[in-house]
Design a protein. Structure first.
Length: 254
């Protein structure tokens, strides 16, 4: 059983990956690709730069997949893939900080909240960056990091909780929706600067969404409302994360 501290694999840290040779898998040296064709299929380019970093990158893209499997044509982020990565990052001695990049339409509420709670309770420096969109349940994930950034052109859709499938038309169903809504509101307001009143006001906005109620918040507006900490892109997000890492090192007992 490989040590969890080396069970990470991403483009930034190609050396952090499990040894699966005993399971009949590929055990090539770190960062090595067998052929240019494999690299092209996997990453869209023929040659990748190999570098070692103490920052781990996690992307939340497409739809957040929860307890139900989405159709194959949907791009999804599976929470059962993200949660073990977060645990491994927290335990790894080689990883000093976490960068979460979001471009998501939202998805399963409980799966999204689970990932957000994991990020919020990490002891290591964390920074989130919203690119394109961080909609619906992507909002709690974005604000869960210690510092959040949003690109000037990125948007965040804020709307009430929805239910799909069979819904029993009784008071208990509406009470359950209200309690779930309260969970989301409390998490967002406790990890950002927006007030509960303003957040609920944005959720109940009419006229912005063609077939729904809610609001679309663009980059600078998200910062003005206190939902996101700063406007910025990759450079600013990485610089902030590196500052957090350095401050953490200085605060450690010598």
């Amino acid at each position: 059983m490989p040590d969890c501290s080396v069970c990470l694999k991403n483009e930034v840290n190609p050396d952090l990956f499990p040894d699966n040779s005993e399971e009949g898998g590929d055990n090539r040296p770190p960062g090595e690709i067998s052929s240019p064709g494999e690299t092209l299929n996997a990453f869209g380019q023929l040659k990748l730069p190999v570098s070692q970093s103490n920052i781990h990158v996690i992307t939340i893209i497409g739809q957040v997949e929860g307890h139900l499997i989405m159709p194959p044509q949907n791009k999804t982020t599976k929470y059962e893939h993200i949660i073990p990565q977060l645990v491994a990052v927290e335990q790894s001695k080689d990883i000093a900080g976490l960068l979460v990049i979001l471009n998501t339409v939202g998805g399963d509420v409980e799966a999204g909240l689970a990932m957000a709670e994991m990020i919020a309770t990490m002891s290591k420096p964390t920074v989130s960056l919203v690119l394109g969109g961080g909609h619906s349940i992507g909002v709690p994930i974005a604000v869960a990091a210690k510092t959040s950034f949003i690109a000037p052109t990125a948007t965040m859709t804020i709307h009430p909780i929805r239910l799909t499938g069979l819904v029993v038309g009784v008071q208990q169903s509406f009470d359950y929706l209200e309690r779930m809504q309260d969970r989301v509101v409390k998490f967002i307001t406790s990890h950002s600067g927006i007030s509960a009143e303003k957040l609920r006001s944005l959720m109940m906005t009419t006229g912005e969404l063609a077939r729904d109620i809610g609001a679309i918040v663009v980059g600078q507006d998200a910062v003005s409302y206190g939902l996101i900490d700063e406007i910025g892109g990759l450079d600013q997000a990485l610089a902030c994360l590196k500052r957090q890492i350095e401050e953490g090192k200085r605060s450690e007992p010598s």
